[in-house]
Structures are given as structure tokens and as C-alpha cells.
Design a protein around this ligand. Structure first.
Ligand code: FAD
Length: 463
């Protein structure tokens, strides 16, 4: 029921989940307010996440590709890196997008409120900014307050110890850098800094990099990236860091190893921002900052929804956007639910790795009966022409139904290509559907069709 004098919908957080929800709700005719702590919209993803990291990774990839061209007979002089210009390019990229969001909010008459929101009851929030407080009443609310990097409590407070936000600020190029955490964010930043000239060590407490990715793909990536790293310390824990004027000295538990660094990046995970919202005032149930939701994205309080990183893994922007649309549509009275069959993941490394659904390794671990079809890019004309014959496209089919249930790709543009695998899974395609779909030749995307033909047992032609 509508609350008198209140916004139809108030969204807390202006990240991908929050702005997508606010825009969809406004398009559906609701009177919407969007509360964001910072002056700009876009949240982590646009300001200090997906977009700035990809702007820097783009530059890093071109630099490395230019160096590789030496083997094909084209050499360039050593690159000169102007870090101020590089930072300006990254900042301009962010600004274009965040300005665009501000414009879109205005066009839709979404009211923007800048400040930090906390619940003060089941139908109202208090928003504080610059010492003053404002009460905001709502009929429906969507919590899209996102997540924050985890900080290791035993690390000293030192400007040379940064999280992903600090690393993306690109203050200087360190000579020696330690990356704590061998997941996507840590390795993406390692790729950037290594291209800029830093010598990198990685420490990871698990016994492999990139948890969730098939080990054969990780080993292809590791071989191609061996030059970037001095040491990759697996199954190893960072024990302590001591700071002196010259450097940061890290000690690891394995063999009492040590290392001296100019920059340490903490990329050991992210935690949800639920603890700072005073959820109890609206009787919303949360656990360790996460908020539980149903398929309509409703919390235990039916007129309050939650979406994005704050509802749990995978913490990815495309998941937040889709959840935001569902929450907004349900609030507007539509019958809909968040029920994707799969959510893809991409590590935007050099080369890229993308995967979705059931992986070969997870099928083995869970005793699931699957048929795995591999298409090595050494048999793809386009991959050879592009110097990418190390790549691989892998499709996973259910042995019971014959339908595709997963896929994984390593190679340039893997992230762009995995969308086709997602669509095939969502539509319940089998190997014949994918293999008989005519893919353009010569493309890297063609390897998806060819992997399907491998599954059919009929891959013969067209390298
Ligand atoms: P967020 O983007 O975290 O936004 C939440 C917003 O809420 C923030 O702006 C915050 O200021 C605001 N807020 C919080 N509490 C309050 C409050 N009480 N009052 C007012 N405002 C509040 N994902 C991908 O899919 N692809 C990628 O390539 C990718 N790369 C990444 C790279 C890095 C370095 C990082 C850190 C993350 C990356 N991610 C990537 C993850 C992605 O950024 C997140 O999944 C996504 O931003 C989550 O969106 P969200 O809307 O849930 O929250």
C-alpha cells in the first residue's frame, strides 16, 4: 500500500544495480528517488571497478601486443609511459559514463539525493550529508549499497598499501609490487602494473590461481604470463608486513620467505555494505552484511528489495543490473522473477578467460555426467593469423539431455564470445543447434561452432 507523501520507490546506492533499478522504475511510471553517498553515479563499477580497470587493461594489452609483433617482423621503439596522461585517459573514460548516467537520471526525472542513507523505520530513511539530516519516506525501497574491499587487519597503515581503488588511482609506477590474492581483481591489476614495468609477486592462500576456472585454462594463462611474475606463491599466507622508509617487507608462512616491495595491493575479496544501513530499524534480516532475498529480490520485509553485491555472489555488475530490473518491475506491479540459468564470469587478463555454467572441473568434482568438447585454437585460421593459437574453446554438454550446460574460453575477446554460450544455455541448445548455426569465417567465434561439431563427432573442415 502507498505511503502518503512518500516516493513510490527509493533506491539506496547509485551503482549498476541501483541506477538500473531506478531507471527501469521511472520508465514504468513510478516516482523515484536515488540516494548515493558520492556526487557521481556509477558506484564501484564505473568509478573504481569494471570501467577504469578495463581502460588500463586496454592500454596494457596494446602495449604487450605491440611488443609481440616483433616476432612477426614489426618492431617499435621502447614505449614511453606518461603516467599523468594515462591517468587522464582513465579519468576521462569514467567521466563520460558517469556524466551520461546523470543525464539519463535527469531525463527520467529520477530525483537524486546525495548523502548516506540509514533505515529509521520500515517506511523511512534518514539521509545525512555534510552534518545535516533529511528524512525520506518511501512506499517501496531497493537496497543496492554494494560492497567494499576486505582489509587484512594485521597490515600497517601505510599509503604504499592499497586496495583496488588505490591501485586504480595510479599514483606512481612501483619497481616491485606484491599482489595479495590471485583472483580476478588481483591478476587484472597485476597485468596493468606489469605492463607499466613493475616486477610482480603474487601470494595466494589457495593452491591455484583464479578459483572457479578450469585448471587446464589457468595453466595456459600461467605459461603465457610467466614473464610478468617474479614469484607466484600458492598455498601461501602473508604473515606480516613491516614498513620502513625505503620499502615494505613482507613475510610469508612458506619457508619463512620474505620480499621487499614499493607497493602492496590487497585484493583478498570484498565484503557487503549491509552493516552500515541500520537494517534492524526496518526489521530487515541480514547476515554478515549480506541481505537474503527471494526470486523477486524481496527481503524478508516484502516492500523492501535488495540487489547486487549486497545479496551475495557472484559480485558482478551484469548480475546487479538484471536483479535491479526485476526488483523495479516487481515494485511496479509486474509479475517477474530473477531466474537466470547461468551468470557468466570473465577475467579480463591477457589473454582473457571467460567461463559460464558447469565447468569441466566442477562436473568432475560433483560426479556430474557430461561430455566435454574442446576446440584448440591451433586449428583456427583466424587464431593463427592473430598469433593466438594457444587459445581454447571448450563446451560442456549434459550426457543425459545432450544440452549445453557450460563453456569456457581462453584467448583474445573470450569475454565477448562467451555471450553466445550463455544464449545457447538459456535456450537449451544442443551440439547440433550450435554446430549447424553458420558462424562467420574466419572469426574466433567460429571456434564455438567447431567445438559443438567436435561434440557431434563431425568436425572436419575450415581451419
Ligand atoms: P556498487 O557498484 O558497489 O554501488 C553501491 C553504491 O552504493 C556505491 O556507489 C556506494 O557509494 C553507495 N552506498 C553504499 N552505502 C550507501 C548508503 N548507506 N547511502 C548511500 N549510498 C550508499 N564486475 C563485472 O561485472 N565486470 C568487471 O569487469 C568488474 N571489474 C571490477 C574491477 C574492480 C577493481 C572491482 C573492485 C570490481 C569489479 N567488478 C566487476 C564488480 C562490480 O564493480 C560490482 O559487482 C558492481 O559494482 C556491483 O554493483 P552494485 O550496484 O551492487 O554496487
Amino acid at each position: 500500500t502507498a505511503v502518503e507523501g512518500a516516493y513510490d520507490l527509493v533506491v539506496i546506492g547509485g551503482g549498476p544495480g541501483g541506477y538500473s533499478a531506478a531507471f527501469r522504475a521511472a520508465d514504468l511510471g513510478l516516482r523515484v528517488a536515488l540516494i548515493e553517498h558520492y556526487q557521481t553515479l556509477g558506484g564501484v563499477c564505473l568509478n573504481v571497478g569494471c570501467i577504469p580497470s578495463k581502460a588500463l587493461l586496454h592500454v596494457a594489452a596494446i602495449k604487450e601486443e605491440a611488443e609481440r609483433l616483433g616476432a612477426h617482423g614489426v618492431s617499435f621503439p621502447a614505449p614511453v609511459i606518461d603516467i599523468d596522461k594515462l591517468r587522464a585517459f582513465k579519468d576521462a573514460t569514467i567521466r563520460k559514463l558517469t556524466d551520461g548516467l546523470a543525464q539519463m537520471a535527469k531525463m527520467r526525472k529520477v530525483e537524486r539525493i546525495t548523502g548516506t542513507a540509514q533505515f529509521a523505520g520500515s517506511h523511512h530513511l534518514l539521509v545525512s550529508a555534510g552534518g545535516s539530516e533529511q528524512r525520506v519516506d518511501f512506499t517501496f525501497c531497493i537496497i543496492a549499497a554494494g560492497s567494499t574491499p576486505v582489509s587484512l587487519p594485521f597490515l600497517p597503515s601505510d599509503p604504499r598499501i592499497v586496495n583496488s581503488t588505490g591501485a586504480l588511482a595510479l599514483a606512481a609506477i612501483p619497481a616491485r609490487m606484491l599482489v595479495i590474492g590471485g583472483g580476478i581483481i588481483g591478476l587484472e591489476m597485476a597485468t596493468v602494473y606489469s605492463a607499466l614495468g613493475a616486477k610482480i609477486d603474487v601470494v595466494e592462500q589457495l593452491d591455484g590461481l583464479l578459483a572457479g576456472v578450469d585448471r587446464d585454462l589457468v595453466s595456459i594463462w600461467q605459461k603465457r604470463n610467466a614473464h610478468r611474475f617474479d614469484r607466484i606463491m600458492l598455498a601461501t599466507r602473508l604473515q606480516s608486513v613491516s614498513a620502513s622508509e625505503e620499502s615494505l617487507t613482507a613475510t610469508f608462512d612458506a619457508d619463512q620467505a620474505k620480499g621487499d616491495y614499493d607497493l602492496i595491493l590487497q585484493a583478498a575479496g570484498r565484503r557487503p555494505n549491509g552493516d552500515s544501513l541500520n537494517l534492524a530499524a526496518a526489521e530487515i534480516r541480514g547476515e554478515r552484511g549480506f541481505i537474503a532475498v527471494d526470486q523477486e529480490m524481496r527481503t524478508n520485509v516484502p516492500h523492501i528489495f535488495a540487489i547486487g553485491d549486497i545479496v551475495g555472489q557472484p559480485m558482478l555488475a551484469h548480475k546487479a543490473v538484471h536483479e535491479g530490473h526485476v526488483a523495479a518491475e516487481v515494485a511496479a506491479g509486474h509479475k517477474t522473477a530473477f531466474e537466470p540459468v547461468v551468470i557468466p564470469s570473465v577475467a579480463y587478463l591477457d589473454p582473457e578467460i571467460a567461463w559460464v555454467g558447469v565447468t569441466e572441473d566442477s562436473a568432475k568434482e560433483n560426479g556430474m555426467k557430461v561430455k566435454v568438447a574442446r576446440f584448440p585454437w591451433a586449428a583456427s585460421g583466424r587464431a593463427i593469423a592473430n598469433g593466438a593459437e594457444y587459445g581454447m574453446t571448450k563446451l560442456v554438454f549434459s550426457s543425459e539431455t545432450g544440452r549445453i550446460v557450460g563453456g569456457a574460453i581462453i584467448g583474445p575477446n573470450a569475454g565477448d564470445m562467451i555471450g553466445e554460450v550463455c544464449l545457447a544455455i538459456e535456450l537449451g541448445a544442443d551440439a547440433v543447434d550450435i554446430g549447424r548455426t553458420i558462424h562467420p569465417h574466419p572469426t574466433l567465434g567460429e571456434t564455438i561452432g567447431m567445438a559443438a561439431e567436435v561434440a557431434e563427432g563431425s568436425c572436419t573442415d575450415l581451419p
